[in-house]
Each structure stands twice: as C-alpha cells, then as structure tokens.
Write a protein of this length. Structure first.
Length: 269
C-alpha cells in the first residue's frame, strides 16, 4: 500500500486527478480496448472531478475510450432525483467531459429484480476484463462504497441496508432530514473493489482520521472495510494532513519519507 500525504484537500484532489489522467494516457485506450474506471460519489471526489474536467478541457486527457462503472446507487428514488448518484455523476462530471454516454454504467436502484441487476453488473464488469482503476472515498466508520461495518471482505455487488451512521452522514444532502435519506442501496462489494487491477482512495478531513488509522495501521477486519486494501497489490490512499491526525508519528514520517523521493509521473502533468 502507498499512502500519499498532501497538505490539504485541493492538493489531494489535484494529485488524484493527475494520477487518473496519467493512468489513462499510459494505457492509450482504444474503442476495442477501453480503459475501465470505477467511479465514486460523495463529497470526497468532487475536487478530483473538477480537476479532471480541467485536464480534459486542456487536452491533457480524453475519456472518449474510457468505460466507467459507478460504485453504488440509492434504492427507491427516481433516477433523475437531485440526490441520486446518476444525477450526481452527470451533473458533476460526465456532462463536462468527452465520455460517450453508452460507456457509462450506473446501477439501477429501481430495478424490479435487484438481485438480477447486481448479477448483471458484475457480469458486465467481467465482460470488460475487470476494472483497471477503482476510485473511492471512505466513510467515517471506514466503509468503502456502501460496504458498512461487518460486510464480507469477499462480497460482490448486492443490496445493502445502510447503517444509522451512514444515514446521518448523508442527511446533509437531504435537507439534514434523516427521514428523507434512502435506507437501502445497491453497491459493489469489497471483493468487487479488490478485484480491480488498482485502487485509489481519497481520504480527507478530521472526521476520516479514525478510518485512516484503521485502514493503515490496524488489522484487517470486516468492521473497517477500508482495511481490506492492505491485501491489494496496487492500492494507493491519498490523504490530507487533517485525515492523518490519528496516525503514529513514525507512520506519518515513514510514508512522507518514501514518497519524497518518488518522482511519480502522475504529479508531472
């Protein structure tokens, strides 16, 4: 695991965007062999999406031969609801880049048969040869996607009941009213994320410090699904200083030291 530590959220977002663009450009995707990108929602990736839009408009990266699979979607709200993840992605990212609409894949939270919808999603990912790079954020309780504490670390795409903590955290998007927040969602599993060729998580803010500590320093546990990344061959966490508040001083210094000499091409765009 690599832990990239940046001073603030803006630097985290730019580093992540540069890394994504560098990976796409390195792959040199074609219509026959697209780059497959896993996409998150929420507040954490917004800065990265803004930076990627800028890179796209500057001609430094193209999404024309990129296929995306989103992490999750709420159940029971219309696709065009202002807080659906379909709306989030098209408003904050897809409508502002050169991606082809047919290359965008988002789970259908209103599918008549959620089990079949989740199975179809997994099979479509497999049909593309898997995810090349899965992006993500993390909840204060350490969950990735909607894999709440206690989720199997080998889980695949499925319907999940959201915890009270997640509902409260997401209520800021629903007029701060927990009664308006959907109680279930379709989500990729921890195993789905772990099957990706590489993973990049964005962790920012003091409220994520405990999650980062468990993800980096703690043991592997289904109670902190972020910790599963310790078992991935190509996992990166990019975090701001605020999120590192609970790491041991030696841990912080170790990762700062080894990255200081790493001239990553992703930072050179």
């Amino acid at each position: 695991m690599r832990l990239i530590i940046e001073k603030d959220y803006d630097n985290v977002s730019q580093w992540a965007a540069n890394y994504v663009a560098a990976r796409i450009n390195e792959a040199n995707p074609t219509p026959e062999h697209p780059f497959v990108l896993g996409c998150p929602t929420g507040s954490s990736p917004l800065g990265m999406y803004r930076a990627l839009i800028k890179l796209n408009k500057e001609g430094k990266v193209s999404f024309r031969n990129v296929v995306t699979f989103n992490m999750d979607e709420y159940c029971g709200i219309p696709r065009d609801h202002e807080q659906s993840y379909y709306t989030f992605m098209w408003t904050n990212f897809f409508n502002q880049i050169d991606i082809l609409p047919e290359n965008v894949n988002i789970l259908n939270g209103n599918a008549e048969n959620p089990v079949e919808e989740c199975k179809r999603y997994e099979e479509k990912i497999k049909g593309y040869g898997g995810i090349d790079l899965f992006l993500g954020g993390v909840g204060p309780d350490g969950h990735i996607a909607f894999n709440e504490p206690g989720s199997s670390l080998t889980s695949r795409t499925r319907m999940k009941t959201l915890t009270t903590d997640t509902i409260i955290a997401n209520s800021r998007f629903f007029e701060n009213n927990v009664d308006l927040v959907p109680k279930t969602a379709l989500t990729v599993g921890v195993g789905t994320v772990m099957s990706a060729k590489s993973v990049l998580l964005i962790v920012n803010g003091h409220n994520k410090a405990r999650a980062l500590k468990h993800g980096v320093e703690g043991g592997i546990s289904q109670m902190w699904t972020i910790s599963a990344l310790q078992m991935h061959q190509h996992a990166i966490i990019v975090a701001d200083d605020a999120a590192c508040g609970e790491l041991k001083v030696d841990t912080y210094r170790y990762f700062k030291d080894i990255e200081a000499a790493n001239l990553d091409p992703a930072t050179q765009l």
